[in-house]
Design a protein around this ligand. Structure first.
Ligand code: PHE
Length: 443
């Protein structure tokens, strides 16, 4: 009764789908607000280092395990490591559940911003508007609608749903982000924005808090540490050059985040709004950017609508990958049919997201938990798995990538450097996290 495993139609389709998973709210919303919160350019540098040194090796690890096993995370870990590794797969699936629940809430906000901009413009009190959008039954409604769209795509399957959506939407997103960056450069007074974003204060590079934030953001933005890339790789035939794919995916992800910064910071400085984002709440950017758009008049309205549209696109292609991890696991483990699995799990995740839709503090806590704990712990587990447990991961990578020489280095990164580093970040973040959870419980 087992059906043959689905497969991507083309190499390009796979790469765009994986880039679609990586590029999302993380790049355009989270990256900008973390950069502002952590003092600008130094954060950007640390984030780049984290992407290259820790993100890339783990990305290649996920691609290797996924393509090698041709199974979703739980089965893939079991296939190469035995049942003792099953819990790590379960953690991956649980993380996907958790992230999608609140991710869809934020995505719902962005849909509403795009529509409001289109239909009414961005005038009016931005703080008040954010309050109205991010709480109450309306927030729940738009979260549910966004989940509905995500379910609809995943239900259509790997080729007809996920790949097709990525092929159409990702080029649109790239074009919008680049176009907006060019436009921002023409604004008078944008100069200091570039200074803030690009001139590095080297002393700040040694701040462990900034480093931990950069590591968490790298994992979140690259979709690593919970099996999303692994799951997408499980639909590959064994022809792809995995090292090249990992560089392309990580490069595109960093590129979009970087260019989004070239939109956000010049814009905010040109309008004198730079102080407004520094305060560290999930909503800062959602308040400040619309303010900027409204002050820019008619052009601002167009720019704002296009900007939020790009966010919606990014969010959708990422949400799809989060849901696919959970769905493919149920299909593989219990032999469920795609439609049923998608419908049931999408519904359960939608329910879990409702508290986050009603209360932004709950959302913030879920985000902190996912990014500072689960993704880092998942990345740590996976690097130990491929570094020490999996037999001959190099053999799997070599298929399709015969000429590459630096595999030895890759394995040692996974064995020692990445785990040491992620272990430190985990230890460092746990203090922060327990503080945040306590204040949530107390408040
Ligand atoms: N990478 C996505 C983003 O930047 C979020 C995501 C995280 C998607 C983990 C899948 C897995 O928005």
């Amino acid at each position: 009764m087992a059906q043959p495993r689905e497969q991507w139609a083309s190499r390009f389709g796979f790469v765009l789908a994986a880039v679609g998973s990586a590029v999302g709210l993380g790049n355009m919303w989270r990256f900008s607000y973390l950069t502002a919160e952590n003092g600008g350019a130094a954060f950007v540098v640390l984030y780049l280092i984290m992407t290259a040194l820790v993100g890339l090796p783990v990305m290649l690890a996920e691609l290797t395990v996924g393509r090698g096993a041709r199974r979703s995370p739980i089965g893939a870990l079991e296939h190469f490591g035995g049942t003792r590794w099953r819990p790590l797969g379960l953690v991956f699936v649980a993380t996907g559940f958790l992230i999608l629940a609140y991710y869809s809430v934020i995505a719902g906000w962005t849909v509403r911003y795009a529509l409001i901009g289109l239909l009414a413009g961005f005038d009016g009190d931005p703080g008040e508007r954010f309050g109205a959008i991010a709480s109450g039954s309306r927030a729940v409604l738009w979260h549910l609608l966004f989940m509905g769209a995500t379910v609809a795509v995943v239900m259509s399957g790997v080729r007809a749903g996920i790949e097709r959506v990525a092929l159409v939407l990702m080029p649109v997103l790239f074009a919008i982000v680049v176009g907006l960056a060019i436009y921002a450069a023409t604004l008078p007074g944008s100069g200091p924005g570039y200074g803030y974003y690009l001139s590095v204060d080297f002393a700040a590079l040694w701040d462990a808090n900034v480093l931990a934030a950069a590591a968490g953001q790298a994992f979140f933005s690259l979709s690593l540490g919970m099996g999303a890339i692994l799951t997408y790789a499980s639909y590959l035939s064994r022809e792809n050059h995995l090292p090249n794919e990992s560089v392309v995916i990580a490069g595109a992800d960093f590129g979009v985040a970087f260019v989004a910064g070239l939109v956000v910071f010049p814009l905010l400085f040109a309008l004198g709004l730079q102080q407004d984002v520094g305060e560290s709440t999930v909503g800062a950017l959602f308040i400040t950017l619309p303010k900027a758009f409204s002050e820019m008049g008619a052009a601002g309205r167009v720019v704002g609508v296009v900007f939020f549209f790009a966010l919606v696109v990014g969010a959708l292609t990422s949400a799809i990958s989060l849901l696919e991890v959970v769905v493919s696991s149920l299909m593989d483990r219990l032999g469920w049919e795609r439609h049923h699995a998608t419908f049931l799990l999408g519904g359960a995740i939608a329910l879990l997201g409702i508290p986050a839709a009603l209360e932004t503090d709950v959302l913030g806590a879920m985000d902190g938990l996912a990014e500072r704990f689960f993704l880092i712990a998942g990345g740590l587990g996976l690097s130990l798995f491929v570094g020490w447990r999996m037999q001959d991961p190099m053999g799997e990578v070599r298929v399709g990538a015969e000429g590459v020489r630096w595999f030895g280095l890759w394995r040692w990164l996974l064995r020692l450097v990445v785990p040491a580093f992620l272990g430190f970040v985990l230890y460092w973040s746990l203090g922060d996290l327990s503080g945040a959870l306590q204040s949530l419980a107390g408040g």
